[in-house]
Design a protein around this ligand. Structure first.
Ligand code: B12
Ligand code: SF4
Length: 385
């Protein structure tokens, strides 16, 4: 498909119209970049080689699309990059169990995509044959690189895109166009300086170097993307985060002046989440980003957090999940949580559960707790040996 050529005055006028429409739609950041190889493509390739993407296989599939967007979408000329704020000074929580702030707004994949469609309509009114693609998170594009190229901000050492005075609590979306628009100057300067607060604050040590995130250690990955049993050594550092994590953004000095927006989503109390079946879970989280964790994942995360907090209020629910839940992942985590909450009192319950348990992974988890293997530094059950 050929690219769409327009005169300089047309380009400028179209850009102005788009900016005005973005403003009208409540979009917080707006810029235009050239559709070109992203500046940190080689960093992305090294990241993949190290296996830092973990189970997010889609990132390793067709990496050349991210590295060479100009060959993948050869008609692409420019890309409109937008940012939508989601921040608030307070954490998003239910009874002290934390959800990443981005989840307090309606699912941005839908809301931002709708806004980008409206921007596209503005272009189509003037150029009906324009080629276009809209991506919000899920496309094979290094969105933060393009945001930097479009002048929205710089990439911080915590790997988030940070904007002057507005911080990093915003999500990004892209509108790729076959037309040359007036470009914004890219940001080529670093504004983190010698600050390393994000790296020091990360509880799991996921930021292995400035600008390098080992996703397999990141709480966001573990609680949202990862589907299995959470490695034991990472459970305690997760603390009481049950969906995503904001720590490396909270400590960032640039977020002291972050944009603030209201909450759109209200959370059920933990009991309701622990008791939810698949249908109730859907009803609770339809239209929110939280549904991505799925019922099994979110309950698993709560069990980790409840165990870390030794929150005995949920002992009955944990016990029921241990014996009745259809998911081995949930049962394994229920065993761990019960041991954390009840200490040595959990032993007879776990022994009984082990006798009935058919799944080898859950059996192993319970046996580990009962026998306090080498890899189990817990002290709670030692007295019962
Ligand atoms: C996979 C993914 C994740 C993974 C991996 C994160 C990661 N850092 O890669 C996990 C699940 C852990 C994750 C977590 C989060 N994510 Co996420 N994620 C993505 C996704 C889909 C792809 C990212 C990617 O390509 N990673 C590949 C690696 C190599 O990229 P990178 O680590 O960011 O490295 C870049 C920079 O560090 C830079 N770089 C490398 N070396 C150097 C050196 C210098 C000097 C400089 C300047 C830069 C630089 O280049 C790299 C390539 O761009 C994007 C959407 C998209 N399509 O882009 C959203 C996206 C990045 N995520 C987003 C969000 C909101 C989050 C969370 C804040 C959610 C939460 N609160 O839990 C956390 C933040 C964790 C963190 N510190 O990054 C937003 C970020 C918005 C912003 N302001 O930056 C995005 C853009 C989604 C969106 N459309 O809004 N995410
Ligand atoms: S989101 Fe949390 S776990 Fe992930 S890098 Fe930031 S501080 Fe570490």
């Amino acid at each position: 498909m050929p690219s769409t050529s327009v005169s300089k005055p047309q380009r400028d006028a179209l850009k102005r119209l788009l900016r005005e429409e973005a403003h009208r739609l409540g979009i917080d950041l707006f810029g235009v970049a050239r559709w070109q190889p992203p500046p940190h493509a080689s960093a992305f390739q090294k990241w993949l080689e190290k296996g830092y993407h973990g189970d997010m296989g889609y990132l390793a599939r067709e990496p050349e699309k991210r590295v060479h967007p100009e060959t993948w979408l050869p008609w692409g000329k420019s890309v409109v990059v937008v940012g939508q704020a989601y921040g608030s000074p307070q954490r998003f929580e239910t009874d002290g169990y934390f959800f990443a702030r981005y989840a307090q707004r309606r699912d941005y994949h839908n809301t931002l995509r709708k806004k980008l469609r409206k921007l596209l309509r503005v272009v189509q009114e003037h150029l009906p044959d324009v080629q276009a693609r809209i991506y919000v998170d899920t496309g094979p594009v290094l969105e933060r690189d393009f945001a930097m190229l479009a002048g929205l901000g710089w990439i911080g050492k915590n790997t988030n895109l940070i904007a002057w005075k507005k911080g990093s609590y915003f999500v990004l979306g892209l509108l790729i166009l076959s037309v040359d628009l007036d470009l914004d100057p890219p940001v080529t300067t670093d504004h983190c300086g010698t600050c390393t607060r994000c790296i020091e604050a990360c509880p799991t040590g996921a930021l292995v170097a400035p600008w390098v995130l080992d996703a397999t250690r990141c709480i966001s990955y573990l609680t949202i993307e990862y589907r299995g049993i959470i490695p034991r050594e990472l459970r305690e550092p997760i603390g009481t985060w049950v969906f995503g994590c904001d720590i490396c953004q909270e400590v960032c000095p640039w977020n002291r002046t972050a944009l603030e927006v209201g909450r759109e989503i209200s959370l059920p109390v933990p009991e309701k989440i622990l008791e939810a079946d698949a249908e109730t879970f859907r009803a609770f989280f339809q239209g929110t980003a939280i549904k991505r964790a799925k019922r099994e994942g979110l309950i698993r995360n709560f069990l980790v957090a409840i165990g870390n907090r030794k929150d005995a209020r949920y002992r009955d629910q944990i016990q029921r999940l241990l014996t009745e839940d259809p998911s081995p992942v949930v049962r394994a985590h229920a065993a761990w949580a019960l041991a954390k909450v009840l200490g040595h009192l959990a032993r007879p319950i776990l022994e009984k559960a082990l006798r009935r348990e058919q799944d080898p992974q859950v059996q192993k988890e319970i046996q580990r707790i009962l026998h306090q293997g080498e890899d189990e530094p817990e002290e709670d059950l030692v007295a019962t040996r």
